[in-house]
Design a protein. Structure first.
Lengths: 378, 378
């Protein structure tokens, strides 16, 4: 997944601002006389029903980016149509209003009302955030959605974002990602030693345990960095998206599976104060639209990945490779260690991961006789 | 999946009525001055924006049924909230307004504006309809959604329902179902010989090829039929739902995988004339709400199946069994024959299945290195 350079605001300053934003959001809720419901963001009396809202959505994606950039614009369009133009949302691509990784702070502080990104980008603000995007050897898209929508995940995610005055909602999914692009074969775990790879989030920490160096590069710099040998490898998303990034022109080996991102959740987050000013119908419209973009994005990736994988292999001589089993086994051990270290130092991460882990165990038992058995049939 | 008794209206009479409904729907579209878009149902000028619509939704589910009955009511509620009460939908359970399997005709004829069911129930009206619900050894939930939303499936589904004056939308999914409840073990394909099993759709035709007899029973009669030995076996959905049906009290063996229904799509269909009377915002609200119910239902099943499977096994001594591989291989051959026979006699089925088959082939190639590889990791 893309990772853009961090913004200028220091973490300390940000947390301080987030704390006051939270107090302000709390006051707004009190003034509006409403309590948060379990589905978050509170019900609202029918206030402001005749008002037209002009909002800004900032995103971590360039606005022309397939699926992600497209999806953010579609989401805004559905909301505008459903609201008869009473909620108009102007979508800004990465860097157009704020830097890609500045959107969490921008929406927290009210400079924009909405942000579209992925929660592991905000691990610098809250370690617990990243569990709602992707966990190495974690859950796939269907399981993440089940956890978030029906297994208590959303309530925890709301708790994690609340100090920042933000309300999160799932709003997209990449499905199982690819493992990445390499300019040499990976035959043993030692092949990661000294490797400079562009890989974000928990996956980057796991690579470091294997002796590699996780490098952060914004999307627009990856291609050139690979070409010039500044990095040896990169991961991105999957065949459909990666094809358009052109990585096959500068790396030969394309590895699977994407052990580090088995079903990455993309998110919409909304400034809580702004959300609570919306009348109940517009709140429900925003929430419902995110289910549509969640389903739409996953369906786009799922339906187009194979065609682009074919192109990569047959038209561009890309070498498709599976990570060796013993390499995956080692990465799994390092992933577990990484997660345990984070949970040991951050109680909120421990609380979130405890829910994640229990849900994963149960849903895996069910998968054994449903999805896994299904894949044996086809 | 439940199958209810067919209504009194004969097929011939129904098709005749459907044909005139289609003409009427066409005229309404002309009068409204709108063309169908690719996403179906046409865009509409901003007419009727101040009008309050009071609609009826008829369903194939008892209104108290978990997930399905619940989901239909939630769907109506979301639409009402998003529309500020401008589109009010009263939900009728099976038999409350029309018989469970009479809803397709009722909505086609305008006696109600919406129906919630599953498209294989309407195979008697159009053989091609059943491919949008479940195909034995076909696609799972994620793949069905990708085909329908992003792979041309929805356009074909709209074509199939258009002669009936209906507009279909996916509005739920069961995920991979269980193979069913049996009172004896299945050790070879011969064990299906003479077996009376309650199983709908294409799966029932496959059972017949194996020498069994597919019996249709409404949900409320299955338990008693099994208890009295009128049937030897039944399938339903999965552990969460089946537990509440109480089948474990009258059958001992619970088989997987649900080869006959690997990701059953539940549907909302709307009377086209009624839909075209809605202003653009309400049309978008209805469409968007169905994505939410689609995601919500699948997440409910996915998150709760394991807990109820545990109860069945540990509290009720249910014997969990996998169909033997050679039995599944035979059923797969019979499934292919069944589908080929239908396509040979019905050109529209052939057109739909051609799209289905091509999509399945491509998405399976991608699954090989994504979802299937993922399940090897966990």
């Amino acid at each position: 997944m893309p990772k853009e350079p961090t913004s200028e605001i220091s973490r300390r300053q940000f947390v301080k601002q987030a704390a006051s934003a939270s107090v302000a959001a709390g006051s707004a809720a009190l003034l509006a006389g409403c309590q948060d419901s379990t589905s978050g963001g509170g019900s609202t009396p029918n206030i402001n029903t005749d008002k037209t809202f002009k909002w800004k959505m900032v995103t971590t994606w360039p606005s022309t980016l397939k699926v992600l950039g497209e999806g953010a614009k579609l989401l805004a369009g559905w909301i505008e149509t459903m609201s008869q133009g009473r909620l108009q949302i102007k979508v800004y691509g990465a860097g157009e209003l704020v830097p890609a990784l500045g959107i969490f702070e921008a929406v927290s502080q009210g400079a924009a009302q909405m942000g579209h990104g992925a929660s592991y980008y905000w691990a610098g603000s809250s370690q617990a955030a990243q569990f709602f995007a992707a966990v190495p050897f974690g859950m796939n898209a269907q399981q993440m959605n089940a956890w978030i929508y029906s297994g208590g995940g959303l309530e925890l995610w709301e708790k994690v974002y609340k100090p920042f005055g933000l309300l999160p909602m799932p709003a997209g999914n990449t499905g199982v990602q690819m493992g990445g692009w390499f300019n040499r074969e990976i035959n043993s775990i030692d092949d990661f030693k000294g490797m400079k790879m562009r890989i974000p989030g928990l996956g980057g920490k796991v690579l470091a345990k294997a002796g590699g160096a996780a490098v952060l590069k914004p999307g627009g710099e990856i291609y050139t960095s690979l070409e010039r040998g500044l990095i040896d490898a990169t991961e991105w998303i999957g065949p459909y998206h990666d094809y358009h990034m052109g990585f096959h022109r500068v790396a030969k080996y394309y590895y699977y599976p994407g052990w580090h991102e088995p079903g990455t959740v993309l998110e919409l987050f909304v400034n809580r104060e702004a959300f609570e000013e919306l009348p109940a119908d517009l709140q429900e419209i925003v929430r419902t639209a995110t289910y549509r973009s969640n389903m739409w994005m996953l369906s786009e990736f799922e339906s187009k990945n194979n065609m682009y994988l074919d192109k990569l292999i047959n038209e561009h001589d890309v070498q498709l490779r599976k990570f060796p089993d013993d390499v995956l086994a080692k990465l799994k051990v390092y992933s577990q260690e990484t997660i345990e270290e984070i949970c040991a130092s951050d109680p909120l991460s421990a609380e979130v991961y405890d829910s994640f882990k229990k849900f994963q165990k149960a849903v895996n038992s069910w998968a054994e006789i449903s999805e896994r058995a299904y894949y044996g049939l086809t």
